[in-house]
Ligand binder design. Sequence first.
Ligand SMILES: Nc1ncnc2c1ncn2[C@@H]1O[C@H](COP(=O)(O)OP(=O)(O)OP(=O)(O)O)[C@@H](O)[C@H]1O
Length: 347
Amino acid sequence: MSNTDSNSPLLAVRQLRIQYPGRRWLPWQAMPRLRAVDDINFNLRRGETLGVVGESGSGKSTLARALVGLQPIQAGSVRFEGRELKGLDKKDWRALRRDVQMVFQDPQASLNPRLKIGRSIGEPLKILCPELGRGERRARVHEMLEQVGLSAADAERYPREFSGGQCQRIAIARALIARPKLLICDEVVSALDVSVQAQIINLLRDLQRRFDLAILFIAHDLAVVRHISNRVLVMYFGKLMEQADRDVLFGAPRHPYTRALLAAMPGQTAFAHYQARDGELPNPYGPPVGCLFVSRCPMADERCTRQPPPYRRYADGAVALCHYATDAIAPPSDIAFAVGAADLRAS
Ligand SMILES: Nc1ncnc2c1ncn2[C@@H]1O[C@H](COP(=O)(O)OP(=O)(O)OP(=O)(O)O)[C@@H](O)[C@H]1O
């Protein structure tokens, strides 16, 4: 059943787990598995931007790929407008492409060098909006080019004639041509110069307002995430360490890992004394029994080594996975569904 109530989240993710099989060195060994995403919960509403940050290997891209059907989901639930995505077949995913699109880091790689960009941008329309005739498709492409700051005449040019920033505009035009409701951006500005990054971020914000678009914005650059996000989710080795409104997360982070990320931001002085220790990183195939961050956490003690930390919820809506979260309002067991139990029931 579809849930189109404007108060319910567009996307509701609950206890999501995604694993990769590892290599077995000896035939009698158990198959090792890497939990790239483990017990992730969040909501994303229409018109909202959720930033996803974390160091390399924290599971950000795996999460993104699962949300567009490129990665199988092992456990948990992902609902888009109330519809469960786990277990959808290829045909159902194809139908969903009209509503959920993704833009990647390297725009050149996602554009066919032999196709004029007008054709590249218009191609998804043939499959996603078969009701449109040739003339309507052409008009849409021209309109979309102008909306991303290029001109209708650019439709006749090839990708090699454009700069990296312009190619990212073209990739965004292609992703938005069928008017999706959710855009997943995976490191879309990481390869661009700082001044071009700002232009692309401003373009995304402008398009978001125009199309009431929800954006899941993945990046390792916290300054960029701060600029564009309403809420931010912090990941470490597949786990959600903290989730909070942007100003709460950047102003008063609860989790020592978030503080350590902020301490490492250039020009950041407020959290300078929260630097992470130079500890060993956890083995993703055999994570520690207690907290994943224990080896690098400046606050860790014996309890953090022994006991997995609970999720705690705060009065301002934040969630943190740490033993030393003091002003939590909800006991750990409430957390998985506290983020939107009503939304799940409604669907
Ligand atoms: N196809 C794969 N097979 C096995 N393991 C994988 C595969 N893809 C990713 N991983 C592992 O899953 C974990 C999460 O990787 P992922 O790429 O999702 O992280 P990330 O946060 O996006 O990192 P980055 O910022 O470097 O892209 C890492 O330990 C990675 O080595």
